[in-house]
Ligand binder design. Sequence first.
Ligand code: B16
Ligand code: MG
Length: 218
Amino acid sequence: MIKKGFIFDLDGVIVDTAKYHFLAWRNLANSLGIDFTEKENEQLKGVSRVKSLEKILQWGNKTLSEDEFMENMARKNQEYLSYINKMDDSEILPDVPKILNYLVESKQPISLGSASKNARAILKKVNLFDTFDAIVDGTNVSKAKPDPEVFLNAAKELKMNPEDCIVFEDSVAGVQAANNANMISIGIGEASVLHEADYVFKDFTEISTEFIQQLIEK
Ligand code: B16
Ligand code: MG
């Protein structure tokens, strides 16, 4: 049987937690006298918690002591977790289960490849924890996307060659990470933003099981 490794980013691909990150980061930034737009927020997608705060401080031309930095990251995460705690499987993005079920039925190995340290908690909240053969998240990687580490680790966990892996990603940094890993990159979002991806779809309602089957056989 032909097998491919299917790797899913979490935030913005499986669930729309990107909107919760945005809310929590913007509130934190505002409390520091900094504001940023949704366009600038694109740069925070797929990027680690530390890197996100560094970018926001850069935008506001502000510096913090190490203690303040840690305290602000913790405050952001606390607010983020208050949104996460209310999540259930109704927040899984449209047609994601259709594709996941097809892959499970076709016995294709599936991994998560997320920068989030909260990934496992979120997957449990939306009842998808057991669907994945492997989970690589912010607790297992040292280098942030666009570094390919997260996806290379996922391929290793699935015992697949990187060239035989397909990545679903909503962030520019994540698409670059997939490309850097020599994997097929599928952007989920706006084609104008994710133009470096091999394929771009607005969301999973645009992805057919026939397309997935073609990827498997490719
Ligand atoms: P946390 P992904 C990423 O998840 C988010 O896109 C990014 O905005 C966030 O800063 C990062 O996780 C870290 O998340 O604070 O929960 O550890 O898109 O790679 O699934
Ligand atoms: Mg994402």
